[in-house]
Ligand binder design. Structure first.
Ligand code: SF4
Length: 87
């Protein structure tokens, strides 16, 4: 599971990433040298049965690092901007 393990979240125990090295989900970047790891992590997420729960959690928590729910930090920042109420 990703390094921010939350025992209270039922979906965490079902994450496909539990079978992989957590560092895969925290590449040094999502471009350049880290891009390959980020793409591998996203491929694991695509097969994960709790992807939606994971993404919801990451968006609500404002998780700024790592691949969660098949998304990079940059993709989540974009999603948060898009989901934010218009001011
Ligand atoms: S969506 Fe990805 S990061 Fe989230 S629990 Fe599943 S495999 Fe892990």
């Amino acid at each position: 599971m990703n390094r921010l393990y939350h025992e209270s979240e039922d979906w965490v125990a079902q994450g496909a990433c539990r079978q992989y090295d957590p560092e895969l989900f925290f590449p040094v970047s999502t471009t350049g040298p880290g891009q390959h790891d980020a793409e591998l992590a996203k491929a694991v997420c695509r097969s994960c049965t709790v992807r939606q729960e994971c993404l919801r959690w990451a968006l609500a928590a404002g998780e700024a690092h790592g691949v969660w729910g098949g998304t990079s930090p940059e993709e989540r920042r974009y999603m948060r901007r898009e989901l934010a109420p218009a001011s």
